[in-house]
Design a protein around this ligand. Structure first.
Ligand SMILES: [Zn+2]
Length: 270
């Protein structure tokens, strides 16, 4: 069996010619006399070859080359997912692909003139007043997982080391969030890795704040639906915007920057 032209066209069209992981464009226009360069791979989610990545003897062979068993990736991510099979399970790749195709569909719908343009809007009662202090990877994952958009922010950084620390954390938090991670094992591993980041940041004088805001996407084909946005902000522990919450968490009691361990430190939304 081989991949049919139909499966291939569907795969490329629905992926918007972009890698489902890093979103890099997968066709580079040629410069005459050289033609276009294809830098993408049609990857099998479950390999049909014994010993191949994510091989599953139960998986029906006739489905191996179906569009449903293919995901479009750049060459770098193809290698990563095949080398790291225990992280990039078949279910995870299916989730990644579905999330990517949803994102592309949303972007393209806005160009269809017979339909209402697609709009994302905030819902007044859902707009958060505060970001909560995040102390564990598990808490952070609850905010980041399967969000449709990520609003990431950080205080001014003073040197290369701080840039590496903060950018590494924000990138990892978003990557784990995008992966969705339905499996308990993968969630635990992600939470542990984020715990390490949070501890490292705290040791360097940074606190992590976040919240999830339910915005709405409307227009296009379907009815309005939820569009969760994950807000994440890394702040210096000395930032005066940090407000100490009172014991029952009902609201800010003091506007002073908390000293030492503030049980409910929170940051005002920008
Ligand atoms: Zn990629």
């Amino acid at each position: 069996m081989s991949i049919t032209a139909r499966s291939r066209k569907r795969l490329w069209a629905r992926s918007g010619n972009r890698c489902a992981m890093c979103r890099r464009e997968l066709v580079r226009e040629g410069t005459p006399p050289d033609g276009d360069s294809i830098v993408g791979d049609e990857c099998h989610i479950v390999s049909a070859t014994r010993g191949g990545p994510r091989y599953d003897p139960e998986f029906p062979r006739e489905k191996a080359d179906d569009n449903s068993n293919l995901v479009l990736l750049c060459k770098v991510d193809h290698k990563v997912v095949d080398d790291q099979e225990s992280k990039y399970t078949a279910n995870l790749l299916r989730d990644l692909k579905a999330a990517h195709e949803r994102r592309i569909a949303v972007q393209l719908e806005g160009f269809d003139s017979d339909k209402q343009p697609v709009r994302i809007r905030q819902v007044a009662e859902n707009v958060p007043n505060f970001l909560r202090r995040i102390r564990s990877g598990k808490e952070l994952l609850a905010i980041m997982s399967n969000a449709c958009a990520y609003a990431l922010d950080y205080d001014e950084l003073r040197n290369e080391e701080e840039v590496d620390l903060v950018s590494g954390f924000l990138q990892d938090a978003q990557d784990w969030g995008e992966l969705g991670l339905d499996e308990v094992g993968s969630r635990m591993r992600a939470a542990q890795s984020l715990d390490e980041h949070i501890n490292g940041l705290e040791q360097s004088g940074f606190w992590v704040f976040g919240c999830r805001e339910n915005q709405l996407i409307e227009g296009g084909d379907g009815p309005a639906s939820g569009w969760p946005v994950a807000h994440l902000r890394v702040m210096r522990d000395s930032n005066p915007e940090i407000i100490k919450m009172n014991e029952n968490g009902a609201g800010p009691s003091k506007k002073d920057a908390p000293q030492g361990d503030a049980p409910d430190g929170a940051s005002r939304r920008m």
